[in-house]
Design a protein around this ligand. Structure first.
Ligand code: 5GP
Length: 194
């Protein structure tokens, strides 16, 4: 787990982030609802820097909030971006599927991706907005394994360290890069990891 905080994002969270009940950080003003493209560019340049020594064929994310950072990073790295879908399209025949438990929605859902877009032998960089318990990430690892491809790195805009997803992913041997790491949201106070 990296505690290498990306200061422009830390400052933005300090000024615009809001704590909700149940350990949820709301960043609707620049990530999850309204999007700040300039901030997005800065964050993705940082991802590009941190993953510069990793070979990447494709970027994978999960809809919806991972798409914006994944596309900006894909643009910077000049690599295609695939987003796993939360609903099975009737037009998709040959699919990889997995179950993901959603922490914010407190229910499981099926995530799918066409076999056409994640192929055997490809090096995949997974990007998402938040890392909490790591359920979404675990589902994506399973999807990539089913395709016979390989996860070469996992990048998150915000990691909530008190939920242990980062530890779990690192135990599985994955390289995790989180731009802002939050130690605690107790008493509705945002505390960043030192
Ligand atoms: P995990 O699967 O790691 O438990 O949770 C990650 C997913 O849940 C992310 O893709 C994100 O959409 C959502 N999520 C988890 N925690 C938060 C949070 O504190 N704030 C927001 N906005 N989304 C969260």
């Amino acid at each position: 787990m990296s505690t290498n905080q990306f200061l422009p994002l830390v400052e933005k969270i300090k000024t615009e982030g809001k704590c909700l009940e149940g350990g949820i950080l709301k960043v609707d003003s620049f990530i999850n609802h309204q999007i700040d493209p300039m901030m997005l560019q800065l964050m993705c340049e940082e991802f590009a820097r941190r993953f510069s020594n990793v070979h990447v064929d494709k970027i994978l994310t999960i809809e919806a909030s991972g798409i914006a950072p994944a596309v900006v990073l894909g643009y910077l790295l000049k690599k295609p971006v695939v987003f796993a879908k939360k609903k099975k399209p009737s037009t998709m025949a040959d699919m990889l599927t997995t179950e993901v438990y959603s922490f914010t929605k407190q229910k499981s859902y099926t995530v799918c991706c066409s076999k056409e877009f994640i192929k055997e032998g490809e090096d995949i960089l997974f990007i998402d907005d938040f890392l909490a318990n790591g359920n979404a990430a675990k589902g994506m690892i399973e999807l990539v394994e089913k395709a016979g491809a390989k996860i070469v790195g996992m990048g998150f805009l915000v990691e909530k360290a008190f939920q242990n997803g980062g530890q779990m992913l690192e135990k599985l041997g994955h390289r995790v890069e989180s731009l802002a790491v939050i130690e605690s949201l107790d008493n509705c106070t945002i505390t960043f990891k030192e």
